[in-house]
Write a protein that binds this ligand. Sequence first.
Ligand code: PEP
Length: 261
Amino acid sequence: MRRFFVAGNWKMNKTIAEARDLMNAMLPLLAGIDNVDIAITPVYLAVPAMVEQCRSTGVKVGAQNLFWEASGAYTGEVAAAMVAEVCDFVIVGHSERRKYFGETDETVNRRLKAALEVGLEVIVCIGETLEENEAGLTAAVVTRQLTEGLAGITEAQAAAVTIAYEPVWAIGTGRAATPEDANRVHRDVIRPLLVAQFGEARAEQMRIQYGGSVTAENAHELFSMSDIDGALVGGASLKADSFAGIVKAASLVAIADRRAS
Ligand code: PEP
């Protein structure tokens, strides 16, 4: 039976005070939902406050990035152990990091390894641009990003890894991939690569989130697909009711799955 993982990526939004207000509004709406893994990633500075506020709620708090070196003269960076000191997981390879901050598959891999070494859970983001999509390169791009991004990761380490398939053209545009198209990439490209690297049992248990304009309105249909195991949510995670609506959709699909099995 699937257990969905819905994570809200707040990006560079919300001061600490605003983050507290948002969580105050969100937590009552999420209370009682215990069949979905729920997480948020605020900006670094708000992480400790959110960890404190979410304590004993079941909502996990993570960071949006980290650096692979352990310490030293890297002004502005935060090391994996520093993240692990305050929270449980981290996102690496978000397309905005790739687009604006020079992230490559190789640097994604270095961040991933550093995160896993200190025991963090990791969401690894992949996804093709509009040009790549229109050129029919989706499978090739996703294959390269996954192969290079996960290079050297063992089957045991993969237990802590979630993949987020986020077509770049769908992020923040209001134009989500169709559930069928997203599922096709998850089922026919990503899952087989995970099987090849980690074996069937581990690959089946790893979660593949979809990200890109997920809303409370389209979430149910997305989660109803065979290989969409959750969502990485940007814009809709900044509003309590829309994020809660997405989590509730995951909860309802999980209940329906259980009845059907
Ligand atoms: C994201 O930031 O990862 C994302 C998917 O954003 P949005 O939900 O706003 O498209």
